[in-house]
Design a protein around this ligand. Structure first.
Ligand code: HH2
Length: 269
């Protein structure tokens, strides 16, 4: 399979669930972006508003203030995506050099189309305030698949040419829903649109990887499970994995994909 791409997470926020506060300072954020590139990120995903359950909404002017200088500084180094739910933030970031809209709110296909940008179309159920309060589906795999197929068709019809669909792991889903969606990835891949998956450091990993009867792993202790989850997604055919831990994931991508790293194997002893 073609080598999956690694999207490195860069949250310019005080409150993201893993890297919140670490890169809130502009210089620290740009430096982190450079590190992600050095570690092998193909794309850096810049976000200025946490989408974790219970996160406080961020005013548009503040979100712009957070992300635009960082996007501008990194756009010459690497492909940059803008992780937002706001049309004005997406548009301004595209003007600063971002080339992908990571649409976590589900309304930005028109923006991406008008700018000739790529689009990540993510499934979510509910808002940050309510999405983890007893999410229910009759058949999560069928419902998420149907949603993504319909939204992808609409996005193509509105002129989006470069598109990825994302089952939105953790966005209005229980542990069982997330696992069902991961198990069903080959089917989603077979549906034809390139797939992006983001499991990195998410709480369901901490619940499962801890083992039966143990307390869930804290977010700092979810590296191994995150790498396993990303590797699982890549082996199932994901085109992009969105991760905090880029160096290890890039190594895994070279193992899973049939790209240049594997092509050199014939010459290696
Ligand atoms: N997950 C998060 C944010 N953006 N975008 C896509 N396409 N898919 C995802 O799974 C996804 C996403 C949540 O992770 P993170 O950015 O680390 O945290 P926070 O939302 O707290 O900033």
């Amino acid at each position: 399979m073609p080598q999956p791409l690694v999207m490195g997470v860069l949250n310019v926020t005080p409150d993201s669930f893993f890297d919140g506060g670490r890169y809130f300072d502009r210089e620290a954020a740009v430096e982190r972006g450079r590190v992600l590139v050095a570690e092998g990120a193909d794309i850096v995903d810049v976000g200025g508003e946490s989408s974790r359950p219970g996160a406080s909404p961020v005013e548009q002017a503040e979100e712009l203030r957070r992300v635009l200088p960082v996007v501008a500084a990194l756009a010459g180094l690497v492909r940059v995506s803008i992780d937002t739910a706001k049309p004005a933030v997406a548009l301004a970031a595209l003007a600063e050099g971002a080339t992908i809209v990571n649409d976590t709110g589900g309304s930005l296909a028109g923006v991406a189309a008008s700018a000739g940008a790529g689009l990540v179309l993510m499934h979510r159920k509910g808002t940050a305030a309510d999405m983890q309060k007893d999410p229910r589906y009759d058949d999560v795999v069928a419902e998420v698949g149907a949603f993504l197929a319909a939204e992808a068709a609409a996005a193509h019809a509105s002129g989006v040419r470069e598109l990825w669909v994302d089952p939105g792991i953790g966005f209005g889903k229980t542990v069982a829903h997330n696992l069902a969606l991961l198990e069903a990835l080959p089917g989603l891949v077979a549906a034809g649109e390139p797939v992006l998956v983001g499991v990195s450091r998410k709480s369901f990993l901490g619940r499962i990887a801890a083992g039966v009867g143990r307390d869930p792993l804290a977010v700092e202790d979810r590296f191994e499970a995150s790498l396993a989850g990303a590797t699982w997604a890549m082996a199932a055919g994901a085109a992009i994995v969105r991760v905090h831990d880029v160096a290890a994931t890039a190594a895994a991508a070279r193992l899973v994909g049939d790209g240049a790293a594997r092509a050199t194997v014939g010459a290696a002893r």
